[in-house]
Design a protein around this ligand. Sequence first.
Ligand code: MN
Length: 340
Amino acid sequence: MPMSMTQPFIDNSGEKDYQTKIQQIATTLSNWQGPIVLISHVDPDGDAVGSSLALKRALAALGKETKLPLVPPRFLEFLVQENELSPELKVLPDNCLLVVLDAADEARAVGAPLSSAAFTINVDHHGTNTRFGDIACVQPSRAATAQMVKDIIDASRTTWTAEIATPCLTGIITDTGNFRFGNTSPDVLADASELIAKGVAYAELVDQLQIRHPDYFRMLGKVMSTIEFPLNGLVAMARITGEMRDEIGPSDDDSDDYVGLIRYAEGTQLAIFLKDRGDHTKVSVRSRGKVSAQAICLELGGGGHVAAAGATVQADLGETRRRALAAAKKELLRQGFKLD
Ligand SMILES: [Mn+2]
């Protein structure tokens, strides 16, 4: 999930500890004699897929036995080479090192059971990360987990190739919204520049990353017909209903784009996107300035970054809309906005 530079959870005192942990992780991975399994979060995004593909390729280059149980969204399938992914693992192999990437807590990590790992490494940039695992390296000042993976690979003996750099850069591109979000720091651009210099076909990559199935555009038309601007126009809100999905098909795996799009409606501080899943509703929130999408989603039982957060609400769309608006109102009032 993308994030903002303005984080209440940032701990900048930890940069030295961070570098120490990165080195410790690189050493642990290099010295590990058993299999290494990499997993990431449910509904994997560009950072989850990019981070895990980059690290898997770097470890494979070191001669490590690796497994990556992952189902990427359609628009990221082009990154994957043949036989690179595994089906979900019901049990972990013996003496297995498990690397969990971009997942803020154990419940969000999918692909393999966490309990039977011989050793667990947690690498993430979500401030809300629960710090699970034998080594937990959490650095909210990083725009993407892929940036942290770059640090791990830099600290290891791996020689960078375009095949490793391309997914790594993908994580940075997608979590910064193509270098448009507030988390696009000089460090992010320096890391991206370094990765491009490893031989990434940059223009081709960013072009490919925007390509979507025709159904995406059919769905976009329907989504835009649901747009509303409640709370004095400070909120842009849209939805995908079960009926829309029945009509267009289920390929809405990129629908996070929609919330980013409506966020650009003039005068809005918040974009809220609701996805009807029958017995539950998924909520994606994006915010601007000091307004916290994270505060709203924490109120709804979810989490994320200040500028971009999400929640799964065990209620139908109508009830979820009511709760999301109540949380949005509370946050807007907290930030000093006047509401009728
Ligand atoms: Mn991320």
